[in-house]
Write a protein that binds this ligand. Structure first.
Ligand code: PEP
Ligand code: MG
Length: 542
């Protein structure tokens, strides 16, 4: 057994095999193709090769595990040759002029979802198979060899580092834990691990020969055990069971109010980055979406998402939430969230650079496309919009002018939309200091404590060397939080917190006393936070 210590960024126990992640692996990029007929031929050749591979596997399995067990490879061959499956792939390549890998991956997703929603148990079980054959086909297309870890086995991902654009594209059902050599406690990968409710460690000095080994990740202690002894395995399994039991108990709070002992109600909303997070939002009974990080839509691809594509996503989120509030944050790209196709210049200080609203107010075509998609989706639920990285009243006024232009254009084109609440993130010291003036311009504030801490304490949130100084409950931040809440309320705004600090149960009572109306956290924090609110007092004792 090898024991390696790192720093935990999210709790939990994971037990499984390690897969060392090479950057770029498992990511299917969407690419425009000029010669669609050649691309279709490429797909057909790859399909024939995959069918041949499966034939070989069938023969091998027949001698090793018998006919009944080998039959699955025949089923997979049939799926690859299914006419509807083939037609969908060819349509995507031909009509949308897209690459075969993308066409196969999205057809696989669609067919898998279709099977999963069927009543018949046998058909439901085919969802994993269609995904599996599609992945095989993508591997053949990308020239990647056979997978070493077998078919659908979930794994512990170990990597030097993971960019948000890579993490977002991993098949989450196959990830048990994240371990990275680099990365910081406040990076977006850490935030995603919290969102996925799986343990994550950073600063782990791993070795290449860990690949494929059985391991235990202990996110409570920040330790990884490679090839653990029987005693360690048993002990960690016991803790894992205890944790599951605690989670089961919290389920009793579903449907209960977020109300303090002295009768104050508060909204507990969820932070999401993608439609795939919606399952966790519903499961944990969030009262709404307090932060939809829309930039992840831009990060998981290599061309700008069109208005129609964005509209479909926002509409789906609004409809799924069934009238509950959905706060969409407009594009917050830049700094650690990079998409190559934006062609952003390399900067000395990207966190202080050309990012978020600064890009949107400069490249208004991108901004207006997103706003039009959001306004169109407003017809399908209760949507609010908020803007990141604000530093001045002028920015907010300019945003409102652009919104007016978008609304006028929609009206002229007779496209229906609703008026929606407009809010801003308070995540720069400038915005906090002029929050009295900003409150007159908008309907709500949502405090982004992750960036507010970075800018107030002058601590790069991406720099692991400074993690020990990154103190989101520093007195400077706590004073600002009080000031923001007071100024917001005086100006007629409701006020919330959507940075990671909102989930700190030791501060819940303090936030309630400051008067915060909403806390928005990763879905898995909703029920523990509800429990805490129900044990707290909101009024300051006399
Ligand atoms: C924040 O800065 O606190 C925030 C919620 O936004 P992000 O973490 O996406 O920068
Ligand atoms: Mg931020």
């Amino acid at each position: 057994m090898k024991i390696q210590q790192g720093k935990s960024v999210y709790k939990g126990i994971a037990i499984g095999k390690i897969s060392i992640y090479q950057n770029g692996q498992q990511v299917v990029k969407r690419r425009h193709v000029d010669d669609v007929e050649a691309e279709i031929k490429r797909f057909e050749d790859a399909r024939d090769l995959a069918v041949e591979q499966l034939g070989n596997l069938y023969e091998k399995a027949l001698t090793e595990v018998g006919e009944a067990n080998a039959a699955i490879f025949e089923v997979h061959q049939m799926m690859l040759e299914d006419l509807d499956y083939e037609e969908s792939i060819i349509n995507i390549i031909r009509n949308q002029e897209l690459n075969a890998e993308y066409a196969v991956a999205s057809t696989g997703e669609n067919f898998s979802e279709m099977f999963a929603s069927m009543d018949d148990d046998y058909m439901k079980g085919r969802a994993a198979d269609v995904k599996d054959v599609s992945e095989r086909l993508v591997r053949v297309l990308s020239g990647v060899g056979e997978e070493r870890l077998g078919t659908d086995e979930p794994v512990i991902i170990v990597a030097d580092d993971l960019a948000p654009s890579e993490t977002i594209q991993l098949d989450k059902s196959k990830v048990l834990a994240f371990i990275t050599r680099h990365g910081s406690v406040n990076s977006h990968t850490a935030i995603l691990a919290r969102m996925m409710n799986i343990p994550a460690l950073i600063g782990v000095d791993f070795e290449q020969d860990w690949d494929g080994a059985l391991a235990v990740v202990d996110g409570f202690q920040g330790t990884v055990y490679v090839e653990p002894t029987k005693e360690v395995l048993e002990e960690k399994r016991r803790i894992q069971e205890e944790e599951k039991e605690k989670e089961r108990l919290l389920q009793n709070l579903k449907g209960e109010e977020n109300i303090t002992l002295d009768g104050r109600k508060i909204n507990l909303f969820a932070n999401i980055g993608n439609v795939s997070d919606l399952g966790a939002v519903l499961q944990n009974d969030a009262g709404g979406i307090g932060l939809f990080r829309s930039e992840f839509l831009y990060l998981e691809r290599d061309t700008y998402p069109t208005e129609e594509e964005q509209f479909q996503v926002y509409k789906r989120v609004a409809e799924t939430m069934g009238g509950k509030k959905v706060i969409i944050r407009t594009l917050d790209i830049g700094a650690d969230k990079q998409a190559d196709y934006f062609n952003l210049d390399k900067e000395e200080n990207p966190a202080l650079g050309y990012r978020a609203i600064r890009i949107c107010l400069d490249r208004t075509d991108i901004f207006k496309t997103q706003l039009r998609a959001i306004y169109r989706a407003s017809m399908f639920g209760t949507i609010s919009i908020m803007f990141p990285m604000i530093i001045s009243v002028e920015e907010v006024r300019r945003i409102k002018e652009i919104i007016q232009e978008v609304k006028d254009e929609l009206k002229q084109a007779q496209v229906p939309y609703k008026d929606v609440e407009i809010g801003i993130m308070i995540e720069t010291p400038a915005a906090a200091m002029i929050s009295d003036l900003l409150a007159k311009e908008v309907d709500f504030f949502s405090v982004g404590t992750n960036d507010l801490t970075q800018y107030t304490l002058a601590i790069d949130r991406q720099n692991p060397k400074l993690d020990h100084l990154y103190e989101p409950d520093h007195p400077a931040i706590m004073r600002m939080l009080k000031m923001i809440a007071d100024n917001g309320h005086k100006g007629g705004c409701w006020v919330g917190i959507c940075g990671e600090l909102a989930a700190n149960l030791e501060l819940t009572e303090e936030f309630l006393k400051m008067g915060y109306d909403e806390l928005s956290v990763s879905p898995t924090f909703i029920l523990p936070l509800r429990q805490k609110v129900r044990e707290s007092k909101a009024l300051i004792d006399a």
